[in-house]
Design a protein around this ligand. Structure first.
Ligand SMILES: Nc1ncnc2c1ncn2[C@@H]1O[C@H](COP(=O)(O)OP(=O)(O)OP(=O)(O)O)[C@@H](O)[C@H]1O
Ligand SMILES: [Mg+2]
Length: 356
């Protein structure tokens, strides 16, 4: 039997097509009147963690916190009455399972059947909010860093003068206490110098030079020789002829800080493994230690000025490492397991040079 399609069929088909577009849109779409929910698409039911049956006929204001209900209600009423309102609001809503989420809501007046209604689109902005908070924290850290650098600079000069006079005094009036005073003073000056390096690396206008990282790593290891009785060091250095361009002293300091941390993390016997190799245009340096490891919740604090778990630590070591690597266009990732050890993975862009 033959079926002929009428105009009504075409309209029905078209309506069905639009319904499907709305139903399976990736946007979280809700249609509601003043307060009553008329329709939710599939994405929106997932997003609000509810079923269509539960949502239909419920009050849209239930999503909002007590404090903002009134404002939202006014807004909805005015939009329904055709008043020009800002199309987008930001708020926190509570979903059916009790979880809260920061959302951006776009509202548009629409006709639903022959009824005036509002179409609201909910977008999850958790990630954006986190990024904004992070930027604010970074700003705060930067200004704390600037204040600290200013103070460090002012305090370091008189201390350096005191150190000079102590040296003179030691020559003319030797006294046992003077050595202790000098070494304590050196600690203070060192801390201030580290702080200045970290917060204002530009104070040290250093030349950009080729740096052969393998050679520098080899030389730096000599400084820690007294610990190598308990600690084994294994080197897997490939592509040793590669160099990067940068500020050499900053790198020496950064690697010194990483070695020092690795050694301090190892109680008794242990092993430090250092790898160096090139992949494409990137130099990879991995430093692994079999030390105490870092708890998961602390990893995100690494690099924050003054974060330390050591009684004698200043917590500036890793800040200097991060600043140096990032200033040279590189990245640093940290992988750690408590009681197993830690790996610092540095990646740096290279200007590589092969000697023939
Ligand atoms: N290789 C590592 N293994 C385990 N924990 C580490 C390692 N490297 C860093 N940490 C942790 O990160 C913290 C911060 O390190 P950072 O080098 O910035 O400061 P510090 O070592 O405490 O002090 P400073 O370097 O000024 O002597 C350390 O206190 C330690 O808890
Ligand atoms: Mg350290």
């Amino acid at each position: 039997m033959e079926k002929t399609f009428s105009k009504t069929d075409a309209v029905t088909n078209q309506q069905e097509m639009y319904r499907q577009i709305l139903e399976y849109s990736i946007e979280n779409i809700m249609i509601h009147t003043n307060c009553e929910v008329l329709y939710l698409n599939e994405a929106c039911t997932h997003f609000l963690r509810c079923t269509k049956e539960r949502a239909h006929g419920s009050c849209v204001l239930d999503l909002f916190e007590e404090g903002t209900k009134k404002t939202v209600q006014n807004r909805v009423e005015q939009t329904m009455n055709g008043a020009e309102m800002p199309r987008k609001i930001e708020d926190i809503i509570t979903r059916s399972d009790g979880t809260k989420v920061a959302v951006e809501i776009y509202c548009n007046p629409v006709m639903y059947g022959n009824q005036k209604a509002i179409q609201s689109v909910f977008r999850d902005i958790t990630l954006r909010k986190e990024a904004e908070r992070w930027m604010k924290d970074q700003d705060k850290l930067a200004s704390v860093g600037q204040i600290a650098a200013g103070i460090a600079h002012e305090v370091k000069n008189p201390l350096t003068a005191v150190k000079g006079f102590l040296q003179l005094l030691e020559e003319s009036h030797p006294h046992a206490y003077l050595t202790t005073m000098k070494s304590e003073l050196n600690i203070a000056i060192n801390t201030l110098t580290n702080l200045l390096h970290v917060s204002k690396p530009d104070l040290y206008e250093e030349e950009i030079v080729p740096i052969y990282l393998c050679k520098e790593v080899d030389a730096l290891l000599l400084l820690f020789q007294d610990r190598f009785y308990d600690i084994k060091v294994e080197l897997f250095l490939k592509d040793t002829e590669i160099y990067i361009l940068g500020k050499r002293n900053l790198f020496l300091k950064a690697f010194f800080n990483l070695f020092k941390n690795a050694i301090e993390a190892i109680e008794g016997n242990g092993k430090i493994t250092i790898e160096h190799f090139i992949l494409g245009d990137t130099v990879h340096i991995k430093m692994h230690d079999t030390g105490v490891g870092i708890p998961k919740d602390k990893i995100k604090l690494l690099g924050t000025p003054f974060y330390t778990s050591k009684t004698q630590g200043t917590g500036l070591g890793l800040t200097q490492v991060f600043t140096t690597i990032i200033d040279h266009g590189g990245t640093l990732t940290i992988n750690s397991h408590v009681d197993c050890g830690t790996t610092f993975h540095i990646q740096l862009p290279t200007k590589h040079h092969r000697s023939h």
